[in-house]
Design a protein around this ligand. Sequence first.
Ligand code: HEM
Length: 524
Amino acid sequence: MEGGVWYSNINVVVLRVLLSLAVIGVVGFLVHVYNTLWLKSERVRRKLRMQGIKGPTPSFLYGNLPEMQKIQLQTLKASPPNHHSEFVAHDYTSTLFPYFEQWRKEYGLLYTYSTGSRQHLYINQAELVKEMNQSLTLDLGKPSYVTKRLAPMLGNGILRSNGLLWAQQRKIVAPEFFMDKVKPMVRKWEECIEAQGGTTAEVKVDEDLRGVSADVISRVCFGSSYAKGKLVFSKLRSLQKIISHQGFLFGVTNLGIFGSKKQNEIGCLEREIDMLIWKAIEERDQQECSEKKDLLQLILEAASGDHSLDKDSCRRFIVDNCKSIYFAGHESTAVATSWCLMLLASHPDWQARIRSELAQVCPNGLPDANSLPHLKTVTMVIQEALRLYPPAAFVSREALEETQVGNITVPKGVCLWTLIPTLHRDPDVWGPDANEFRPERFADGVAQACKSPQAYIPFGLGPRLCLGKNFAMVELKLIISLIISKFAFSMSPNYRHSPAYRMIVEPGNGVQILIEKTSPSLTS
Ligand code: HEM
């Protein structure tokens, strides 16, 4: 009997201990969650507040995400502009990222906001943007939570890597982007565009431009023809569409992982792309390639010469950088050309000016490698198009360690965002006509076009400046000049103005223009 009581007493004690442990565990867990999800961010916010940086009040767990979604929904209900003159004045941030616009009006050009436990700084003061972009510290990198999501597309190649790995990749990739490498391609571009000929017709330019730009980047950088790279591009585009679906930067998908079906699709495409690139590498004629030295050859040689890389890392290094360049090199240029044609279609006077310059500068009315540097008007038009419709909406960084940007101490983990189109339309920098298409503002170069040349950043600025800037400008100049030398064009009534954010800002429903063959006398 006594033994039974003793046993049941023991049981009660054990039960109590277990219960207490469970309570301590749960409380500990809750404290941990509270600490990581709130206190940690609150400490970061306090540091920013103490420096006078304000921002919207975040809610527990979700930060400012609910407010962002509410503002976005309200904006969706408002109808987008549908008249030509309004397309130009339309700053796409007001429809794509309306919360940034609203907060900018409330808190100014520097404010802080949070998405879940992540804290961000919106930086659009020209001076601070310059400091951030020109900072040489490796403690500022690309935001890791965004680049993690882009990993299937870009691997750990130059576009998303940070620190020493980025510095090493930049050194290897940079030499390939000098102008002289571009010149031999000019003739091939001429053939590409000329082959499309035609009389009066409506064309949707986007896919054609993507084709041309894919061909160009494939041949110049990888020495292979578009036919070989074609599958890689179409699969990369599918990946881009899946990843950028539903506001991948700050939308709901940000709170969790993609659904498992989407994740599988992403995984499959990633493996297929890796295999295709690797197959193209294996099929290369080694002797011919080591003589010609295209970008792929440089990457191959750098990877095989680095003895710290094992076989798998070597393969990753090669494939990841190929993917990065494939994406960076062709999407942005194709989209920039589409926006440029959209703006030119609404401004026939600028088409005429380019056409008359072509007639003066080019002996047979057609641009080539030698006449290209003398085509000033087309450069001004492209600069103005990249100002109003920059394909890259953001320059973004993460403070990998506590870092100084100008007079601001940025706590570790904070992500910094500069909205390029907003900076490009700031009337304090560009004057009261900031929302108008006026290419003549660039007549004496960028420095004379605005108060602070560092506020013009379609290609970024500083150590992470776009590696393909010169390359892209040459490509754009050539394509636009060739199209204008062949066609006069206007906006099709079927065009619907709908900028969409798919990692870059592209015309959501394409650009439809009505083209008409120019008479030979106009160009010769
Ligand atoms: C109109 C066309 C283009 C635009 C608007 C554009 C814009 C940009 C921007 C804004 C950045 C990021 C800068 C930063 O984070 O500070 C960038 C980076 C980069 N771009 Fe471009 N780009 C274009 C064409 C190209 C082309 C044609 C290539 C290659 C052939 C290319 C290769 C790269 C690379 C490799 C980087 C990463 C550089 C680094 O992180 O060190 N881009 N580009």
